[in-house]
Design a protein around this ligand. Sequence first.
Ligand SMILES: [Zn+2]
Length: 272
Amino acid sequence: MPNALRTDPISRDEWGSEHGRGDLDPGAEKRVVIHHSFRPALEADATPDEERAAVLGIERFHVESNGWAGIGYNWLVAPSGRIYEGRGWKFKGAHAGPVNGESIGVCLLIDGSQTDPSDRSIAAIRDLIADGVALGEISPDYVLSGHRDHMDRTCPGDKVYARLQAFRHDAGGPRPEVVARPEAHPAEDDTLRLDKIEIPRREHVDLIARQSHLSADAIGPGLRVAELLLRGVGAAAGARGRGVPTAVADALAAWRRGRSQDVDETSPLPPV
Ligand SMILES: [Zn+2]
């Protein structure tokens, strides 16, 4: 059966995984959920070394910042079309909260809000899904969706989200229902919601970078940014001779509580 597979992913050993895969979850999954990495985002001509570094960085972030067993996605796809094994087919991913247990999570290593997915990466995902169906790891009548369809996120970015439609027409064999409707998702929210520790928009990252004297590239996504922001708001209030606003203090306390408790991978804390 496996002799006709279309893809030849780069294994965890090959990219140098340093952590585990979490829990076994065998069987055909009924969903494929697409993500973007946001940061790091690879250029179209990224080298294999740069790709490996990006995958390793995501693994470290998911373990060190989120407290997960290992990299959350089942698979990752570079603009080159090279596919990297995350948790693989048989382990439960940590990527889309309520549907982790019934899905395969695939992450494009780009900022999908700014960059169109390459044709090679789209073809790679199509082939990967076809292999998953052939191997019995994805249900033939699977549903394809974006992270934003399941959680309050902008992931996988508007440009990737729009391309999800292409799968319906490109895929040979079974035709997945595409739940993604580009016009149906809420407009980008301009506010950074401290209570939800949401991934901030690019301008927020840039603002935090200026205020914190760090380069934007040095600031990872997600919690690290939220933490910096919360600290920054508190420090700014202190510098003006006022106390830290109650709402900020509460949000910071809630963030610390949530972070220390939140190691079961079903949490709302995001991979991007
Ligand atoms: Zn995502």
